[in-house]
Ligand binder design. Structure first.
Ligand code: PGA
Length: 254
């Protein structure tokens, strides 16, 4: 089953106009040098940088995504951004249910599911994040937690064309710690099984499952070589074009 590897940068709440534009330009220039890249590239800057980065990325093979969206198309939701607005400023992807949003904004599986549905309706692909906390892992509950998150936050009619899953162990995000490759493969394989149960085998086999959490040039080759790992959602290392590109370059170094 061939799934195109997705190398996605989650810039989080980083970057002012000038550095955002410079980073996007560096990434676009490096991706251009690859000619026909084997993987798909995506950057997800903060909302304030979307239009600027879109201009920089014009004509490049780097897609644009946002880091969150509201469930409604428009209306009285002060401070929120709708998926239609994201589509309007050139996004093709949106991350939903990142653990930082689940924690900081008390987002539930049900809300995340509605966000993913709203994204789909606006013509965006949703990257739905799941992952266990350290306490949950220590209690042996990783698969149970991820299963619950998938069952609750992936829309019933999600397809491989409009949805990507990102497995991000919360304790690995921004900490420099990563699970062993055996642990990552175990979770990814289990995630695919749950997806098959929920969405059918065909969709599950085609759906990309990214790994996220302290992915960097030094560990990317081993992680990306795992059979059920179809790319990376990269935080810290996506803020340096050289590191982001080094991760992408490790895709085929199996
Ligand atoms: P990290 O973040 O690569 O900095 O650990 C990944 C993420 O949270 O998406």
């Amino acid at each position: 089953m061939s799934r195109k590897v997705l190398i996605a940068g989650n810039w989080k709440m980083n970057g002012l106009l000038e550095d955002g534009a410079a980073l996007a330009k560096e990434v676009a220039t490096e991706v251009k040098k690859l000619g026909k890249p084997e993987c798909e590239f995506l950057v997800c800057p903060p909302f304030t940088l979307l239009t600027t980065v879109k201009k920089v990325l014009r004509g490049s093979k780097v897609a644009l995504g946002a880091q969150d969206c509201h469930v409604a198309e428009k209306g009285a939701h002060t401070g929120d951004i709708s998926p239609v607005m994201l589509k309007d400023c050139g996004c093709s992807y949106v991350i939903v249910g990142h653990s930082e949003r689940r924690a900081d904004h008390k987002e539930s599986n049900e809300l995340i599911c509605r966000k993913a549905e709203a994204a789909h309706q606006a013509g965006l692909k949703a990257i739905i994040c799941i992952g266990e906390t350290e306490a949950e892992r220590d209690a042996g509950k990783t698969i149970e937690v991820c299963t619950k998150q998938i069952m609750g936050s992936v829309p019933q009619n999600a397809t491989a064309a409009n949805t990507v899953i990102a497995y991000e162990p919360v304790w690995a995000i921004g900490t420099g710690k990563t699970p062993t490759t055996a642990d990552v493969e175990e979770v990814h394989a289990a995630v695919r099984k749950v997806l098959a149960k929920k969405l059918g085998k065909g969709n599950a086999n085609k759906m990309r499952i990214l790994y996220g959490g302290s992915m960097k040039p030094a560990n990317a080759a081993a992680l990306l070589a795992l059979p059920d790992v179809d790319g990376g959602l990269i935080g810290g290392a996506s803020l340096k074009a050289a590191d982001f590109m080094a991760i992408a370059a490790s895709v085929n170094k199996k």
